[in-house]
Design a protein around this ligand. Structure first.
Ligand SMILES: [Zn+2]
Length: 71
């Protein structure tokens, strides 16, 4: 849980959404978008972004994404 809200729609963000945002838009970002708004901004399906998140979780190579097994 974080205190961040989506820059566009004001929805509370999950750590996954923030991690993906940093991955896609750069580490320097200080404002973030929720998954829906990221998908709209990038003009891709939301499900595609969800798959990307899942991929990072499974690979464990990206430190932004905690491995699911640990929780
Ligand atoms: Zn949003």
């Amino acid at each position: 849980m974080t205190d961040h809200l989506c820059k566009t729609c004001g929805q509370p963000l999950t750590s996954d959404e923030i991690a993906l945002h940093r991955k896609l838009f750069g580490m320097a970002a200080r404002e973030y978008l929720c998954l829906d708004c990221q998908a709209e901004y990038l003009n891709v399906e939301r499900s595609r972004l969800e798959k990307t998140i899942e991929m990072y979780h499974r690979s464990g190579i990206c430190v932004l994404f905690a491995k699911w097994e640990e929780s």
